[in-house]
Design a protein around this ligand. Structure first.
Ligand code: RIB
Length: 295
């Protein structure tokens, strides 16, 4: 079972502050760390840690961070053969402020802007060997649409994590196999006036709305709303929890588990990831998650 990610790779500048500053405000920070991140890379790491065979499609810059980011993915047993190094361009960077058990993120795409339709066309034959393709919204929208069409035409399952939030066209919603927005992203896609239950019933067994510390929710084929609560944990850093969730869900659903089983598993993986600092540091291996599944 091969899972491919077409997505972003960033270096995260993680700043720990007493709290997240308000508009126009200065607050005191206590620590700063540069660590690998990017929603695409994070989801790939989440899946590889859980034992999946993962190929990555994306771009880094020819800066010092690019080398670190490639090395990191390689060390996680992710196939990096298709990653392109862009000359005279910076690797993607995210400025993350962490405080009060939450975060805010500003992303500067850099080389992620080069994950173009042309680049995917060059890699198409390889990509078509995938059983599942995982996408996020940190690469150009034109590329996302192209990959979704390509996979749809070739019967390859697609998981789209629409983060950061953009309006997603109905045609895209219809073609993806799984769509995993959080509440904020879901409102942007379906409109403020549509209730969560109404949204879920439009796309049973496809739309999964993540609710942070409240877990995740979806509608089954009978249009019943199924809520899978999160595991309670001592939060150190929530950065990458959503990515861990997406990666873990992708792995478990690919292994043939049903929606409830795959989502409960993903909730546990995501909760474990919040117990350590940084997006990828706390991502669990299979045995760590299974300990809690059995309970
Ligand atoms: O989801 C967390 C990620 O969002 C961070 O690692 C950062 O790079 C941004 O892409």
């Amino acid at each position: 079972m091969k899972i491919s990610v077409v997505g972003s790779i960033n270096i995260d500048m993680d700043i720990v502050a007493e709290r997240i500053p308000l508009k126009g405000e200065t607050v005191k920070g206590s620590d700063i760390k540069y660590i690998p991140g990017g929603k695409g890379a994070n989801q790939a790491v989440s899946m590889a840690r859980l034992g999946a065979d993962v190929d990555f499609y994306g771009c880094v810059g020819d800066d010092a961070y690019g080398k670190i980011l490639l090395e990191n993915l390689k060390n996680e047993n992710i196939n990096i053969d298709n990653i392109k190094i862009i000359e005279n361009e910076n690797s993607g960077m995210a400025i993350i402020t962490i405080g009060e058990n939450d975060n805010t993120i500003v992303v500067i795409p850099g080389a992620n802007n080069y994950v173009s339709k042309k680049y995917v066309k060059e890699k198409e034959l390889e990509l078509l060997k995938s059983d599942l393709v995982v996408l996020q919204n940190e690469i150009p929208m034109e590329t996302i649409k192209y990959v979704i069409d390509l996979c749809y035409d070739n019967n390859i399952a697609v998981l789209l994590n629409p983060a950061p939030a953009f309006k997603v066209e109905k045609e895209i919603l219809d073609k993806v196999t799984y769509l995993t927005p959080n509440e904020h992203e879901a409102k942007l896609i379906f409109g403020e006036k549509t209730s969560i239950d109404e949204m879920l019933r439009l796309y049973p067994n496809k739309l999964i709305i993540t609710l942070g510390s409240r877990g995740a929710v979806f509608a089954n084929e009978k249009l019943e709303i199924i809520n899978l609560p999160a595991r309670k944990t001592k939060v150190v850093d929530t950065t990458g929890a959503g990515d861990t969730f997406n990666g873990a869900f992708a792995v478990r659903i690919s292994q043939g588990y049903n929606m409830e089983e795959a989502l409960s598993f993903a909730n546990i993986a995501a909760s474990l990831s919040t117990e350590k600092f940084g997006a990828q540091t706390g991502m669990p291996v299979m045995d760590e998650v299974l300990k809690f599944v059995e309970k």
